[in-house]
Design a protein around this ligand. Structure first.
Ligand code: 3MF
Ligand code: MG
Length: 351
C-alpha cells in the first residue's frame, strides 16, 4: 500500500444543497416537504460538514435574468451567510443542463448562439465563485455528448471544450477548473467520460496546473472502471481537485447511493488510495454526492449524508489498522490469494 502518512489527515467533508432533496424522480413528484436553502446551511456544521458545493443558481437563483450588480449583491449575501456559519464554499459549478439554450449541449452545441449563452453563463459562474470566496469551479459536462453519433463532430466538440477551458482560465486567474467526468446520462455517450480524458484536457490547456478533475465513484463505475484506480491516476498527476464519493449498484442510472453501501471493498480501496496520497492534507474536501432514498420519511432528511460520512471514517480506521507488514510479506511472496483473504477478514473484523 506504500508508506503511511506521518501525520494522519484530518478529513473535512462537503456536500451540495441538492443532496438534501425532496425525492422527486423521473417517474414521480416530490414526496417530502421542500426545505429552504438558507436553512440547509445551518445543518452543515452540526452534521460534521465544513464545505458547501454550489451550482451557480444555488447561490444566485434566476441568475440568467439578473444584472451583474444584482448577481454581485446576492453573492455577497451568501458569502456573509457562509462566513457567519463558518462554512467554506468549495466550488461553484455552472448549471448548464436546464436552460432551453442547452438542450443540445452547452460548449458543444451545434448552435453558435447557444454556445455563446453557455460561455457567458460560465463566466458569470466564475464571477460568482470569486465573490463567494471559492477557489474552483466544476464542469460537469452534462449535455456535452450525443444521443446519436452523427449529430455532432466529436473532434470539433473536444476542441470547443478546450477553447472554453482556456477562456475560463483567462477570465479569472484565481479560479481553478475541475472537470467532473461521467460516461453517460443524460446523453447516450458523453464527451470526457473518464478522468483520463479530463487530465489530457488539463495538460492541453494553457495553464495545466489550474485544471484538475473531480471524480465521482458512481461515474467511474458507470464507465466500467474502478474508482480507486481512477483516483490514483489523477493523484499521480496531482490532478485530483475533489471527489464525489457515493456508490452504484451495477450499470444502470446514476444512483448516488450511500458511500460503501453497494460494495464495501471498492469503498475501502478508494479510502486507501486517498489516504496513501495524503489527499485532504492541503485542504481538499471529501465531497459526498449521495441521494436520500425516496422511501425515507420526514423533512428534511440527512441521514444518508451523516451515514456516508461515518462509513468513510470507519474505513479510514480500517485503512490505518491494516497490517502493512503482512501485506508486504504476501506481496513479496506473490501470494495474492492469501492477501485477498486477509483483506476480506480485515474488513469483516475477523482475526
Ligand atoms: C451528475 C452529478 C452532479 C454534479 C454537480 C456538480 C448532481 O451526475 O454528479 O451532481 O456533481 O452538478 O457539478
Ligand atoms: Mg457528482
Amino acid at each position: 500500500m506504500g508508506q503511511r502518512m506521518s501525520t494522519p489527515t484530518k478529513y473535512r467533508f462537503s456536500f451540495g444543497p441538492w443532496n438534501i432533496s425532496e425525492g422527486a424522480d423521473p417517474f414521480g413528484p416530490e414526496v417530502r416537504k421542500a426545505f429552504p436553502h438558507e436553512k440547509k446551511f445551518a445543518l452543515y456544521k452540526p452534521m460534521g460538514f465544513d464545505g458547501v458545493q454550489f451550482h451557480d443558481d444555488d447561490v444566485v437563483p434566476g441568475v440568467d435574468d439578473l444584472t451583474p450588480a444584482q448577481i454581485s449583491k446576492q453573492a455577497a449575501k451568501v458569502k456573509k451567510m457562509l462566513d457567519n456559519q463558518g462554512l467554506v464554499p468549495e466550488f461553484v459549478a455552472p448549471r448548464l443542463w436546464f436552460a432551453p439554450q442547452t438542450v443540445d449541449g452547452a460548449y458543444t452545441s451545434n448552435s453558435a448562439k447557444d454556445r455563446k449563452y453557455a460561455l457567458e453563463r460560465t463566466l458569470r459562474c466564475i464571477d460568482i465563485a470569486h465573490e463567494v470566496g471559492s477557489k474552483a469551479t466544476v464542469l460537469w459536462l452534462a449535455r456535452e455528448g450525443t444521443y446519436i453519433r452523427e449529430s455532432k463532430n466529436a473532434r470539433l466538440a473536444y476542441e470547443r471544450i478546450l477553447e472554453t477551458i482556456n477562456t475560463m482560465l483567462d477570465h479569472d486567474k484565481e479560479i481553478d477548473v475541475w472537470i467532473e467526468p461521467k460516461p453517460n446520462e443524460p446523453t447516450d455517450m458523453a464527451y470526457v467520460p473518464t478522468i483520463g480524458h479530463a487530465v489530457a484536457l488539463a495538460y492541453a490547456s494553457k495553464e495545466p496546473k489550474r485544471v484538475k478533475g473531480l471524480i465521482e465513484t458512481a461515474h467511474a463505475l458507470l464507465a466500467g472502471l474502478d474508482p480507486s484506480d481512477e483516483m490514483a491516476f489523477a493523484l499521480a498527476h496531482d490532478k485530483l481537485g475533489s471527489v464525489h464519493l457515493n456508490d452504484q449498484n451495477g450499470l444502470k442510472y446514476d444512483q448516488d447511493k450511500n458511500f460503501g453501501s453497494a460494495n464495501l471493498r471498492v469503498a475501502f480501496n478508494q479510502v486507501r488510495v486517498l489516504e496513501e496520497a495524503g489527499f485532504g492534507s492541503k485542504g481538499e474536501f471529501i465531497g459526498l454526492d449521495v441521494k436520500a432514498m425516496r422511501t425515507q420519511k420526514g423533512s428534511c432528511v440527512t441521514s444518508h449524508l451523516t451515514g456516508s460520512r461515518e462509513l468513510f471514517l470507519h474505513l479510514v480506521d480500517k485503512v490505518r489498522s491494516w497490517d502493512q507488514k503482512l501485506e508486504k510479506q504476501l506481496v513479496d511472496a506473490r501470494d495474492y490469494e492469501a492477501l485477498e483473504l486477509a483483506v476480506m477478514k480485515h474488513l469483516m473484523g475477523v482475526k
